[in-house]
Design a protein around this ligand. Structure first.
Ligand SMILES: NC(=O)c1ccc[n+]([C@@H]2O[C@H](COP(=O)([O-])OP(=O)(O)OC[C@H]3O[C@@H](n4cnc5c(N)ncnc54)[C@H](OP(=O)(O)O)[C@@H]3O)[C@@H](O)[C@H]2O)c1
Length: 350
């Protein structure tokens, strides 16, 4: 379902820089607040971008619960990624000019009309591409692309298991893999199995009591890769699904049951297993591999985002936009992610 929310009629003065703040840990309606701030200027190596669209991501859900790695101190302006046009360049900026259309992944600060971001993390965005579609690929798309092609190095004919194939990242991994000739088994809640099937994957319920057996029934020799954002002891199930030379990509530890503030603890089981399995492989006890992934606006970011935009242009990738919201709709968008009630990407249009 596509949701549209609009800003209320203006009252009083208009801020030079409308924004959203996260003020504390708790309910989105209480702690995600629309307001205003000063318009930033570009420091050395920075540009100011007039934001056309900013992504709402699971990272903000985790920040609200104080469960995101290295959580920022409250209050702050959240917003992991954005697409917009440069209005000012600071000293030392090369390669980009005022008027250029760009994408950036500042990790916080995207939920405002004007954002100052480092120029070295910018990527170009094609003119004419829907800003919501363009921003939906910045974090989730690059994550999906790099995990599939750079970490798992999936090949046509492989079979892979995508956990959360109904989610923002999972739908993109699935579409990219299917396009690449890879067979996908995708886990999701039963209500979303039809949508997962429509992407070309074979759905399974992630709550199924014998999930490993169900995967082994579909792929008796195991799968060449598992993409796992659940973490915890679930990583042992994912490991058991792998073919002898398969790769387990752990890209988050969103295991339930941790308390606000325990932002490091959920990752300990994943870190421990990654280290143990690294040495097991080193001494040839196994040919399987476990690796951890964290998206960065590094050198491959530009190349991979450009590749994703080409795939959109060619009609291969069709990112799904779950909702376009004004800034005062941010709390509702985070609520939707928190409850897992939507399919696709929620986007703020400042
Ligand atoms: N490492 C990185 O660089 C990186 C980058 C981007 C995102 N992430 C992480 O990736 C995860 C997914 O992000 P997203 O934007 O795709 O979130 P999302 O759109 O909210 O999707 C979450 C997905 O997880 C599924 N899910 C829920 N409980 C599950 C379980 N017990 N087992 C397996 N799947 C389950 C959901 O399925 P249903 O909706 O069908 O219930 C849904 O498909 C988040 O933890 C996020 O922080 C990491």
């Amino acid at each position: 379902m596509t949701v549209e929310t609009t800003a209320p009629a203006e009252s009083g003065t208009v801020s030079p820089n409308p924004c959203v703040r996260m003020t504390g840990s708790g309910e989105p309606e209480q702690h995600i607040v629309a307001g205003g701030t000063d318009r930033p200027t570009a420091g050395r190596g920075q540009v100011v971008v007039e934001v056309e669209a900013a992504g709402v991501s699971y990272a903000e859900v985790q920040m609200l619960q104080h469960l995101h790695p290295f959580p920022p101190a409250f209050p702050f302006v959240p917003g992991y990624d954005l697409v917009g046009r440069i209005t000012e360049t600071g000293s030392g900026v090369t390669g980009f000019r005022v008027g250029d259309r760009v994408a950036a992944m500042p990790r916080q600060g995207a939920w405002q009309k004007y954002a100052a971001v480092p120029a070295k993390g910018l990527a170009s965005v094609p003119e004419g591409m829907d800003a919501a579609v363009a921003v939906s690929l910045v974090t989730n798309g690059v994550t999906a692309y790099q995990m599939l092609h750079r970490l798992a190095r999936s090949q046509p004919g492989d079979t892979v298991l995508v956990h959360g194939a109904s989610g923002g990242v999972g739908t993109l991994v699935t579409q990219l893999a299917v396009h690449h000739g890879v067979r996908v088994i995708g886990t999701a809640s039963p209500a979303k199995h039809a949508a997962v099937r429509a992407l070309g994957a074979e759905p399974l319920d992630y709550r199924a009591p014998a999930l490993v057996d169900a995967v082994r029934e579909l792929a008796p020799n195991g799968v060449q890769a598992v993409f796992d954002h659940v973490g915890g002891s679930g990583l042992d199930d994912s490991w058991a699904m792998l073919a002898d030379d398969g790769t387990l990509v752990s890209f988050d530890s969103s295991v339930a049951g941790y308390l606000p503030g325990q932002w490091f603890r959920p990752h300990v089981p994943a870190l421990r297993r990654t280290v143990v399995r690294f040495f097991a492989r080193l001494v040839r006890l196994t040919r399987r591999r476990q690796t951890m992934y964290y998206v960065k606006p590094g050198p491959d970011f530009h190349t991979d985002l450009a590749a994703l935009y080409r795939l959109v242009d060619e009609g291969v990738l069709q990112p799904r936009i779950a909702g376009r919201h004004a800034l005062d709709g941010a709390a509702g968008a985070v609520r939707a992610l928190l409850e897992g009630s939507t399919l696709g990407k929620h986007v703020l249009i400042p």
